[in-house]
Design a protein around this ligand. Structure first.
Ligand code: NAD
Ligand code: IPM
Ligand code: MN
Length: 365
């Protein structure tokens, strides 16, 4: 019987609640495919800091090193609570960026998907949504401002100052470009390259390398768009996009905007792919405002499981089944509170209610 080890990093806030629903799906998938998922929980995030004195403890690093894949819940605290942790140990800097660096997970794939039948979840008008929303953001994840040199201090004028560098070398850009072109080749063969070359020299190099790599993919049409304009087009005409590629911070911001376009960040799963290891996580944060209330939407976490099944375990069919099961639950009028106001056509369900229904639907497929 094939056996895969999966490290489960529950994280903070709503993390453990939505992880529990993902585990229900993994259990069913294992059972009916005659394979074993060895699921081992690891401490990660603010909770790890308070329990073990480090947001990414050594034991969790060892667990992740030996795992076939990593499923990660969101980490982080509210703005006020986070002040209880020294800046460099706060889980974003102390755990998440080190996780990405450790496995060089440079390719962050964030699907933005809403079928026409669920258009009512989106704040956009139905005529803007048309036949549904279906595109992919490919975000470079281990370069740029988030990983560049940082310096703080007092300058010659006696003023506090800060400097953070936006750094890329040509190989880093070429690596993410290849992922983007290959993805575009498998889809509609149109790649929107998001940049800011009218101001940033980093974008000038980015565009140069994009063109060089693009020469190997003559069947893919590249459409360059300035990042600020792209933010507008995402609202006015999201249907023009199929695959979008961008550097780290642009991708962070625009992908959260996409959560808004779909109707909730709870609809945003993601995959973070490196040369040897991949981890999977919702695009959103720990949602401290709703933690512990059983109202978080676990779609992003279960969708991350679907991406893991496809990308780490080559189980494309089961991945499709998981997506279909989730769409079908929503299609029957069920909704988590982030997506709908109570009304007579809405059957409101809890976090675990959604997970249970997804498992029920999945069992039928
Ligand atoms: P957030 O993404 O946690 O929440 C923004 C809004 O979206 C909130 O109103 C929240 O309730 C809602 N939301 C998010 N996920 C939801 C879900 N699954 N179901 C229903 N509603 C959902 O962003 P924030 O409040 O700005 O950040 C909270 C913490 O999360 C911060 O500490 C931040 O650094 C951290 N964070 C972590 C990750 C990660 O682990 N990858 C990502 C983003 C933010
Ligand atoms: C995300 C998050 C992270 C990021 C933070 C928590 C470090 O916002 O995954 O989008 O900025 O990449
Ligand atoms: Mn983000």
């Amino acid at each position: 019987m094939p056996k895969y080890k999966i490290a489960l990093l529950d994280g903070d806030g709503i993390g453990p609640e939505i992880m529990a629903e993902a585990v229900k799906v993994l259990d069913l998938v294992a059972e009916r495919n005659d394979l074993e998922f060895e699921l081992v929980h690891g401490s990660f995030g603010a909770s790890a800091y308070f329990e073990h004195g480090h947001a990414f403890p050594d034991a969790t690093k060892a667990l992740c090193d030996e795992a076939d894949a990593i499923l990660k819940g969101p980490i982080g605290l509210s703005h006020e609570e986070s002040k209880k942790i020294p800046i460099d140990m706060q889980p974003e800097r102390g755990a998440l960026l080190p996780l990405r660096r450790r496995y060089n997970t440079f390719a962050n794939i964030r699907p933005v998907f809403l079928p026409k039948e669920l258009a009512h979840f989106s704040p956009l008008k139905p005529e803007i949504i048309g036949d549904g929303i279906d595109f992919i953001i490919i975000r470079e994840l281990v370069g740029g401002l988030y990983f560049g040199k940082k310096e703080t201090g007092i300058n010659a004028d006696g003023k506090r100052y800060v400097s953070e560098a936006l750094e890329y070398d040509e190989d880093q850009i070429a690596n993410i470009a290849k992922v983007a072109f290959e993805t575009a080749q498998k889809r509609k063969k149109v790649l929107h390259n998001i940049h800011k070359s009218n101001v940033l020299k980093s974008s000038v190099l980015w565009n140069e390398v994009m063109s060089e790599v693009g020469a190997n993919y003559p069947d893919v049409q590249v459409v360059p768009i300035l990042v600020d304009a792209a933010a507008t087009y995402l609202c006015l005409n999201p249907g023009q996009f199929d695959v979008m590629v961008m550097e780290n911070m642009f991708g962070d911001i625009l992908s959260d905007q996409c959560g808004g376009i779909l109707g909730s960040l709870g609809l945003m799963p993601s995959a973070c792919l490196g040369p040897e290891k991949a981890y999977y996580e919702p695009s959103h944060g720990s949602a401290p405002d709703i933690a512990g209330q059983r109202i978080a939407n676990p779609y992003s976490m279960i969708g991350s499981v679907a991406m893991m099944l496809e990308m780490s375990f080559n189980m494309e069919k089961e991945a499709r089944n998981v997506w279909q099961a989730m769409q079908s639950v929503f299609g029957q009028g069920f909704s988590t509170p982030d997506l709908s106001k109570p009304g007579k056509n809405v059957k409101m369900i809890s976090t675990d209610g959604f997970g249970d229904l997804v498992v029920e639907e999945l069992a039928k497929l």
